[in-house]
Design a protein around this ligand. Structure first.
Ligand SMILES: NC(=O)c1ccc[n+]([C@@H]2O[C@H](COP(=O)([O-])OP(=O)(O)OC[C@H]3O[C@@H](n4cnc5c(N)ncnc54)[C@H](O)[C@@H]3O)[C@@H](O)[C@H]2O)c1
Length: 271
């Protein structure tokens, strides 16, 4: 029973995305009710529908922009009216920048990185998690029970190794890099995790972070090879590899855990 989420309401931000849908499956597998929220309404609703069909459990998809306080308040009001509680919040949404090799001026590079892009990426990955926690967390604290799980990254603990993003035949000033925002947002989420864990430690709200390593998703072969060389287990993650951790961290199986940073990265941060 410790791994059960029977009838528990689990809000997943970025639920329409690649990993968000996997988190929702993990929740449905242990009888929770995933609420997938995303700016991409079609994807959030389609994933919720396929979970209902596959697992026979309730699942809902909502169009919500997590950078909007009003939209999160409306969502929370609606869920509280429907279910009277929110048990778990998974802060998963982020702008996951694809590396763009086409621009003349390589805009991922620090020297060229625009303030607008910095603000956009921080506002989704970090400010969005703050807004969702600020609005949903107090309902959990009032009930004396709840879990917040922040999805960080191995890059929440280490700097990106920019050598793995290098392209042949490009001068140094044209080489793409993993943007500064990704590392800053993920390190920030770890700070937010520790802050919230202690803030609500006497209110029954547990707050933890998961740091996943890179998931194989048809990236270019040379990139996969270079990244794999940095991973002791010798491969990138499969999309299902985090489901066990999601189930553990969202359920009572992790009842004595708060403020923890769980790293599941094939051992990358050991090397
Ligand atoms: N994919 C990986 O290899 C990997 C590795 C480590 C950590 N992560 C982290 O896991 C999380 C999910 O990654 P993913 O690969 O599924 O990314 P993804 O881009 O597929 O999904 C992110 C989702 O967030 C949504 N989103 C963006 N802005 C939003 C906003 N303002 N409001 C609501 N939703 C918004 C997007 O529409 C998208 O569906 C991210 O935090 C990412 O940093 C991913």
């Amino acid at each position: 029973m410790r791994f059960s989420l029977k009838n528990q309401i689990v809000v997943i931000t970025g639920g329409g995305g690649f990993l968000g849908g996997k988190h929702a499956e993990a929740i449905a597998e242990i009888e929770g009710i995933p609420i997938l929220i995303d700016i991409d309404e079609e994807s959030a609703k389609a994933k919720a529908k396929s979970i209902e069909e596959e697992y026979g459990s309730a699942a809902l998809g909502y169009k919500v922009d997590i950078t909007s306080t009003e939209e999160i308040e409306t969502l929370a009001d609606d869920l509280l009216k429907r279910f009277d509680k929110i048990d778990v919040l998974i802060n998963n949404a982020a702008m996951n920048p694809q590396m763009d090799y086409k621009t003349e001026k390589e805009e991922t590079r620090l020297e060229n990185f625009s303030l607008e892009r910095w603000n956009d990426e921080v506002s989704v990955g970090l400010t969005g998690a703050f807004i969702c926690s600020k609005i949903i967390g107090p309902h959990m604290a009032k009930r004396g029970k709840g879990v917040i799980l922040n999805i960080a990254s191995d890059l929440g603990l280490i700097a990106p190794d920019q050598r793995i993003y290098r392209k042949k035949n490009l001068s140094d000033d044209k080489q793409p890099v993993k943007p500064v925002t990704y590392t800053v947002v993920k390190h920030g989420l770890i700070g937010l995790t520790r802050y919230l864990a202690t803030y609500w430690c006497d209110k029954g709200v547990r707050v933890n972070a998961l740091c996943p390593g890179g998931i194989y998703n048809n990236q270019p072969e040379d990139f996969v090879e270079k990244l794999t060389n940095l991973i002791p287990l010798g491969r990138m993650a499969n999309p299902d590899d985090y489901k066990g951790a999601i189930q553990f961290m969202c359920s009572d199986a992790s009842i004595y855990m708060t403020g923890s940073i769980v790293v599941i990265d094939g051992g990358r941060t050991c090397w």
